[in-house]
Write a protein that binds this ligand. Structure first.
Ligand code: GTP
Ligand code: MG
Length: 185
């Protein structure tokens, strides 16, 4: 195992073994997409205006080079999400767990993504963000609100989908999501 890990890390350091992946960051406005992207890129917290136009950042996580597209989440911006679905390898869908009033709107958007033909086989990492907020819901409540109780049972889903509770601000929970995705890409 040691030799194996060493082998791949040497290859990836040399740039000989590197997978490329296109991922899109989706979710309602204010969910934390841009904050996450910048945390992954710079490892520090920054403040952002709501995203108007999609932006792309190249990130290397493990042996995978990600082209990460950060999309705006407000109603108008959601209309162009589908223009970015071509050849996408993974979806990272963020939800603000401290704003249950918006769960129905969130579920509606998620359901329509899950039904999109272009995303039929694409893995979804659902990030329940902002768990540092006192009023954030539990994983169980989030799963119930979004209709994601069954994700452990792969057989019922045509695609891998998993929920990760996280706080981008506190730097917890999202690394697990990228590790999980990396194994599927
Ligand atoms: N408490 C808390 N706040 C967070 C966390 N992550 C992001 N935020 C805050 O949530 C707000 C919205 O963050 P953005 O990253 O701009 O959200 P977005 O999803 O990019 O929003 P749009 O670009 O409008 O789609 C900001 O005030 C962030 O500081 C978190 O883990 N905890
Ligand atoms: Mg944004």
């Amino acid at each position: 195992m040691f030799v194996f890990d060493w082998f791949w890390s040497v290859l990836s350091a040399l740039g000989l073994y590197q997978k490329n992946a296109k991922i899109v960051f989706l979710g309602l406005d204010d969910a934390g997409k841009t904050t996450l992207l910048h945390m992954l890129r710079d490892n520090h917290l920054s403040v952002h205006f709501p995203t108007q136009k999609p932006t792309m950042e190249e990130l290397t996580i493990g042996s995978i080079k990600f082209r990460a597209y950060d999309m705006g989440g407000h109603l108008q911006a959601r209309k162009i999400w589908k223009e970015y679905f071509l050849e996408v390898n993974a979806v990272v869908f963020l939800v603000d767990t401290s704003n249950p009033a918006r769960f129905p709107e969130c579920k509606k958007e998620l359901d329509s993504l899950l039904e999109a033909e272009e995303l039929r086989k694409v893995p979804f990492a659902i990030l329940g963000n902002k768990i540092d907020n006192l009023n954030s819901v539990t994983e169980e409540e989030l799963r119930r609100a979004l209709g994601l109780m069954q994700t452990y049972n792969q057989a019922t889903y045509a695609r891998p989908i998993e929920v990760f509770m996280c706080s981008v601000v506190k730097r917890i929970g999202y690394k697990e999501a990228f590790n999980w995705l990396s194994q599927l890409i």
